[in-house]
Design a protein around this ligand. Structure first.
Ligand code: ADP
Ligand code: MG
Length: 301
């Protein structure tokens, strides 16, 4: 097969591993910098150009689109979909997962376990917002945050009120969430490929830290997940319409709750913590599923 990887940097661990795995299985792989792709959207003849050439003959495209280039990146991917090239994840699924509110709304509609969550832009009654999610302690998140930055634990209602007011004063969209204390500063990353969790790791925040992000000093270890957790992760992936994703769960005393679904999950952490060859599993999934025109939306939506 001829496979394109949409990635801004061929040297990143995840990109390198995907190239390695694809080449080892006899495929031809090209890394395309998504921002350098340009497009012709003439009626009925969609094309993608790259460095003066028209791209043709691709069987599959693997999107590894960074959060900062979601808008342009998904447009390029949609163009490949319109050309009937099989996308590992469709543009629609990626857009859904990048918008945290949209993602939570979709998951809640399907009855998937979630922390009790409220979101707000400029509420007149902050007290009511706090009560709505069960009062303090609670977690307040900036919608645009990643790597744990912009996630705050407010232990008391007074603290919650002042943090919420500070964020709202900055005109930010925020999410207010029940604090899952019993998670003990840990979360579980389930790596989903197709309809299976192929690897799972537990990330534990450093001493005294409720955030488990590796960027905040957390550590990762192999973990055995329960059938209920497995089912929740697979359902979350299906709901988002993603073939490959990282589903982050918290172990709450009302069962597993989904915190977020990542459509370009990194391979380094999960491969090192579990010793599994996740890159080859992804390529093997593409081999089984990539057929021209098999993209469900063909760029619709
Ligand atoms: P980011 O997108 O910045 O990683 P997350 O929503 O994943 O933000 O939150 C960062 C970390 O904070 C999570 O990995 C988890 O360990 C912890 N955390 C987030 N929300 C909650 C919550 N409601 N209850 C307990 N811990 C939480
Ligand atoms: Mg996170």
């Amino acid at each position: 097969m001829k496979i394109a990887i949409l990635s801004r940097n061929a040297k990143l661990y995840s990109t390198r591993r995907l190239i390695e795995a694809a080449e080892a299985r006899g495929h031809e792989v090209h890394v395309l910098d998504v921002l350098r792709c340009y497009m012709n959207i003439t009626s009925l003849k969609p094309e993608v150009h790259y460095k003066g050439q028209v791209l043709t003959g691709y069987d599959a495209v693997i999107p590894r689109i960074g959060a900062s280039v979601t808008f342009y990146g998904t447009a390029v991917l949609r163009q490949f979909e319109m050309m009937s090239v099989y996308p590992l994840n469709e543009s629609v699924g990626i857009s859904r997962s990048r918008d945290k509110l949209r993602a939570l709304q979709l998951l809640s509609r399907k009855g998937i376990g979630l922390p009790v969550t409220g979101f707000a832009h400029r509420p007149d009654d902050v007290d009511d917002l706090i009560k709505m999610v069960g009062g303090a302690p609670l977690v307040i998140k900036l919608l645009e945050g990643t790597q744990g930055i912009g996630v705050v634990l407010a232990e008391t209602e007074k603290a919650a009120e002042s943090v919420i007011e500070a964020f709202l004063g900055m005109n930010a969209n925020i999410l207010v969430q029940e604090f899952i204390k019993e998670a003990g500063g840990a979360d579980i990353r389930c790596f989903v490929v197709g309809d299976k969790v192929v690897a799972a790791m537990k990330r534990q925040g450093k001493e005294g830290e409720f955030r488990s992000n590796l960027h905040r000093g957390g550590s990762a270890n192999l973990i055995r997940i329960t059938p209920e957790e497995r089912a929740a992760a697979v359902r979350a992936a299906k709901t988002m319409g993603l073939n490959v994703c990282g589903v982050d769960l918290l172990r709450s005393n009302h069962g597993p709750v989904v915190m977020e679904v990542n459509s370009s999950p990194g391979l380094e952490g999960i491969e090192k913590a579990t010793g599994k060859d996740v890159a080859s599993m992804i390529i093997s999934f593409i081999e089984k599923n990539a057929k021209l025109g098999k993209t469900q939306t063909r760029g619709r939506g």
